[in-house]
Design a protein around this ligand. Sequence first.
Ligand code: ATP
Length: 328
Amino acid sequence: MGVEVAVHGLSKSFGRTSIWRDVSLTLPAGEVSVLLGPSGTGKSVFLKCLIGLLKPERGSVVIDDTDLVSCRESTLYRLRRLFGVLFQDGALFGSMSVLDNVCFPLREHTRKSESEVRRIAREKLELVGLGGAEDKLPGEISGGMRKRAGLARALVLEPEIILCDEPDSGLDPVRTAYLSQLLIDLNAQLDATILIVTHNITVARTVPDNLGMLFRRELVMFGPREVLLTSDEPVVAQFLNGRRLGPIGMSEEKDTATMAAEREHARAGHADGGEDVRGVVPQLEPTPGLPPRDAVRRRRERVMRMLPTLPEAARRSVLASVDTQEQR
Ligand SMILES: Nc1ncnc2c1ncn2[C@@H]1O[C@H](COP(=O)(O)OP(=O)(O)OP(=O)(O)O)[C@@H](O)[C@H]1O
């Protein structure tokens, strides 16, 4: 099973520019979490801090009782082996075939024989539905296939934690839906802890067990999906509905005068865009034939324990989903 990642009081700046401060959240072991946030709020920087590629000024990232921020270089190297990362652009080597790209981490980090390396790489390519593309170069396959090849490469070292930086960027809605299903299927098969960074509202609504959001250099919220999906918090509600009306503007933050003017426009019947979808939509389930996700049972127990602390709307939604699960 995947491991828990406990982030406490994390702050990161570049020079005098603070990216975010005092971020605390726990990625529960083996569950799928999504981190949302407008462009430029530091989601990718957060992922890089989690794997120790960037060093935050303050705070801790604890995995298996070890703080990855303050540990020695050799310990960091060992802890990094727990992670598989899908970078935004897939980060494939353009001159290597898809198969060689996926073999790469095994050749670099293990002493496995060449036939074993190829066997594992082919197995992961099958898992992401790329069995037939192994001899192609990255430039010869579609963007969606490159994402899946990047995912196969992220999986070869059997990671316990999978980080996906905008797996949906550049994909059409249909391919995004396939990728979302793939992530849920992988979670059912591997039981790894997964964190997905995205702007995509549909992914945020349908994939994760837990949702969080970064805005104005802070973690606005993080918790069970029902909490954010039923939240009236203006930033969260605006983002999850893709509306112009609200605190988030084109360059991240709006002043009060702009917000007031936009409210007037909306009152006068000017369309605001957005979907205005409210409430908790059903979460994706593994493809029929795959095992059920163990995370669902563990999460149910965990969320039931925290039920008294949740807002009323979230509580009702959790109880309704528990009823549905029990009726099956
Ligand atoms: N190595 C770096 N040195 C200096 N500034 C950086 C560095 N890496 C990122 N930044 C800055 O940190 C901020 C957050 O960047 P980041 O890529 O994490 O945002 P993001 O939320 O992932 O954005 P997007 O959704 O558009 O990908 C940006 O202003 C970026 O310019």
